[in-house]
Ligand binder design. Structure first.
Ligand code: HPA
Length: 269
């Protein structure tokens, strides 16, 4: 196994033998979900030898191990982004670690800009597929054969089974769930209106700076994936408003109650 991955895994295993079934990555403004679950133990990223640590405001950096209902989960409260300057292999290292700790399912969440004209700020979008041609693949480099194949299939990154679970959960929570294709670009700048028109013509419904790379790494190692975007704003050029991170966080905060209900329902199912 890659040395850094092994070092981190050994470091975590020196502190806990918790065995999660489901892994959850929380996006911008959605991080406080982890504070409300039954927490078994937490681990700051800084405690883990060799671990890439996030620098973005509003991103707490720790793993939370605990239970949602009866389900043992590991939650990433704060993720690492490519725009921070880390190589892609570092960006997806936490995802791989959660897989190696035993999680077979991964629920990815993020804040995203709406490209689809029918979306409104505050909507949730179930990710049906992604476009990640704007960022380098995290699988570039020597293949980690013990994790997965050199040329992994990506024809069903977001599992049909989990998508059904997400839809049923939304319906049980009486929430109007949108669905669509997530486009990952590098950031950290927001897009230009022309870039958004390009993303739309590609078939994108929402745009953000994370998630697809993590999904690729998780799919590579055979994890079953679900994804939900919180549409925090209309993408560039779609409204008169200029984009800023505060708006993104405020929108995510506004719907965080609904988000918590939905995620809890999904994991319990
Ligand atoms: N673009 C990119 N990333 C984002 C956006 C956006 O409009 N909103 C939240 N994350």
């Amino acid at each position: 196994m890659e040395k850094k991955l092994k070092t981190c895994l050994t470091s975590i295993r020196g502190k806990t033998d918790f065995s999660p079934k489901v892994a959850l990555i929380l996006g911008s403004g959605l991080g406080d979900y982890a504070d409300g679950i039954h927490i078994e133990t937490t681990m700051d990223y800084t405690e883990i030898e060799g671990f890439p640590v996030s620098t973005v405001k509003g991103h707490k950096g720790r793993f939370v191990f605990g239970y949602v209902g009866e389900v043992p989960v590991v939650i990433m409260q704060g993720r690492v982004h490519y725009y921070e300057g880390y190589p892609m292999t570092d960006v997806v290292l936490p995802t791989r670690l959660m897989g190696l700790l035993g999680a077979k399912q991964l629920i990815l969440t993020n804040a995203a800009g709406g490209i689809n004209g029918t979306f409104c700020p505050g909507d949730f979008m179930m990710i049906t597929d992604h476009i990640a041609v704007g960022v380098p693949s995290p699988l570039i480099g020597p293949n980690l054969d013990e994790l997965g194949p050199r040329f992994p299939d990506m024809s069903e990154v977001y599992s049909t089974r989990i998508r059904t679970v997400i839809k049923e959960a939304a319906s049980a929570c009486q929430m109007n769930l949108k669905e669509g294709v997530y486009v990952q670009l590098t950031g950290p700048n927001y897009e230009t209106p022309a870039e958004i028109r390009m993303c739309r013509s590609w078939g994108g419904d929402a745009v953000g700076m994370s998630t697809a790379c993590e999904a690729m790494a998780a799919r590579h190692m055979g994890m079953e994936i679900g994804g939900i975007s919180c549409i925090t704003n209309l993408a560039a050029g779609m409204s008169k408003q200029k984009l800023d991170h505060m708006e993104v966080q405020e929108s995510a905060d506004r719907v965080s109650k609904d988000f918590k209900r939905l995620i809890t329902r999904i994991i319990e199912t």
